[in-house]
Design a protein around this ligand. Sequence first.
Ligand code: ADP
Ligand code: MG
Length: 232
Amino acid sequence: MKAQELIAQARTQQRPALDEQAGKALLAEYRIAVPQSRTVKSVDEVDAAFTQLRAPVVVKIMSPDILHKSDAGGVKVGMKSAAEVKDAITAMAASPQIKAARIDGYLIEEMAPVGQEIVIGGLRDPYFGPLVMVGLGGIFVEVLRDVSFRICPITRIDAEEMIDDLKGAAILAGARGRKPASRAAIVDALLKVGGENGLLMTHADDIQEADINPMIVSESAAVAVDARFILR
Ligand code: ADP
Ligand code: MG
């Protein structure tokens, strides 16, 4: 589905946000890498979906009522068989928070190559228009608020500076025995999101907030494994 259709579909369904699947489809339209995935409504559909994917896979709850899937027991990673996937879905469906929610289905997706987790975000400012943000994943963003913002559209030089502005930049470069995260892949993703013909500029009238959290960056690639877009 084309980018504008994904947004139109959410509006037709009177949803305030694109769900994870639609969000990733939007990213894919901008050639940002996302995992191969299938959605299922029930365990009966798992066998067919699983054979089309490369294990190990992740299973995630899809619900307009659940924003933090892990907190709700709605994410399970590293499953190597269809049987494991079915067990995970059965366990999820039994969890109290998920029982109380509207369920769109379950997303089964391939695991991204191992790497460092970063966050790329976007925000529509009433005065400046779209802003793009980058940060390191997990506690770096949530606790230390080590993030860097720019007004869109950004250039390649802006994207490079955004990365250098992070206090944790050395971690991305491979400090303390970590494998370096591909800087080129991060710059590329930032430009696809916040650059001149990027996602945020193109959809400035429609997108209030964007959150790719996390994007997993290996030595050679950056894959968006979670995505959420709040519409204006
Ligand atoms: P939420 O943020 O709603 O709890 P996520 O989709 O971000 O759920 O998944 C939680 C965590 O699981 C991610 O931060 C990441 O560490 C891991 N994860 C999710 N999807 C994948 C994937 N496709 N490949 C590898 N790790 C993943
Ligand atoms: Mg997430």
